[in-house]
Design a protein around this ligand. Structure first.
Ligand code: 4VN
Length: 322
């Protein structure tokens, strides 16, 4: 088969909610500032659950919703920038916990673009007769790598997971894509950097916390997301007007407004839930997708542009019919 479709969507967020007012007790910030500059009102913060725990919850929901058995799954990709460990991969942990014994499982590292990158990788693999059914999950526990003393990043991020089941088909659901990587800007968003000692033997050192050059990334995003969406729509051989919903990475509400303006598309086509979750990196698009489907905003047959952007720096857009 030469195409694939999304058959199910699910999300999960840890129970604890941290409001902007809660954060203003910890650092010099305010509810007004955070809301106005980012659109965020609250975020979910994990208490003890790791990235694989959130991802496994999503996997269990997806299997329950679809009626698939764990043995039906041929491929599991977890997109994350906050994995449980270097090894095993978060996806391997999920595979084991779900009992998806026939599934190939690996993580994909493309930060906030991870979900779109993982969809394109899974979609390509589904063209091979060896793979028929795939699970693609974005899962992040960013709270474990955020520097809670750095108010420029701490107010932005939240924890959560979302995912989809994909099935190979001959019908034209996948329409087109654009993936672009700007490695020369690799220092603009960093987290978990390792250092190599010149001494031998030496102590093992810890990982660096999340750091971002907010101004550069903001400027990059408004321009490059717009261009990526245009390239993907061209690849799909459709017009921007034919896209029903632009499901953008929930990085900052103001970026979404800017992209809508630059594309000359109505803001109503750009669903937003950053107010509830904050920026959940690779998890933000599948969480938004699940919300929109549950609310009936996104319906079967709608044309979607999913766009991720962030660390790498990376940007990616995929055009599909839901
Ligand atoms: C993509 C983006 C961001 C991001 C960058 C900057 C930013 C989010 C800077 C200005 C500040 C408000 C916050 Cl565009 C983050 C990621 C990582 O997922 C990806 N907010 N802001 C202000 O002073 O208004």
């Amino acid at each position: 088969m030469n195409n694939w479709k999304i058959t199910d969507v699910a999300s999960y967020a840890p129970q604890r909610v941290v409001t902007n007012d809660d954060l203003s007790q910890l650092m010099d910030t305010s509810d007004e500032w955070i809301k106005e500059r980012t659109g965020i009102s609250q975020r979910h913060i994990s208490s003890g659950e790791n990235t694989s725990d959130l991802a496994t919850k999503v996997g269990e929901k997806l299997l329950a919703q679809s009626g698939w058995s764990a043995n039906d799954v041929d491929l599991i990709i977890v997109a994350t920038m906050s994995p449980d460990s270097y090894t095993p991969s978060t996806a391997a942990i999920v595979q084991g916990r779900l009992g998806a014994d026939h599934a190939v499982a690996f993580d994909l590292s493309a930060a906030c673009s991870g979900f779109v990158y993982a969809l394109t990788v899974a979609g390509s693999m589904l063209q091979s007769p060896q793979f028929n059914k795939a699970m693609v999950i974005g899962s992040e526990v960013l709270s474990k790598i955020v520097d809670w003393k750095d108010r420029s990043t701490a107010v932005l991020f939240g924890d959560g997971a979302g995912g989809v089941l994909l099935t190979a088909t001959d019908d034209q659901y996948y329409l087109g894509q654009d993936l672009t990587t700007f490695g020369k800007m690799n220092d603009k968003i960093v987290a978990g950097q390792t250092t190599v000692s010149s001494d031998f033997p030496h102590e093992i050192t810890g990982l660096t916390p999340f750091k971002m050059d907010g101004r550069s990334v903001y400027k990059f995003s408004t321009h490059e997301v717009t261009e990526s969406i245009k390239r993907a729509v061209e690849d799909a051989q459709i017009d921007l007007d034919q896209v029903d919903h632009f499901v953008l990475h929930q990085a900052n509400a103001r970026i979404i407004t800017q992209v809508a303006k630059r594309l000359n598309q109505p803001l109503e086509k750009f669903p937003v839930n950053i107010d509830q979750y904050g920026n959940t990196s690779a998890a933000s698009e599948p969480i938004l997708l699940a919300d929109c489907i549950e609310k009936g905003v996104i319906k079967r047959g709608d044309t979607l542009a999913l766009a991720g952007f962030g660390g790498g720096l990376t940007v990616g857009t995929i055009i599909i019919k839901y």
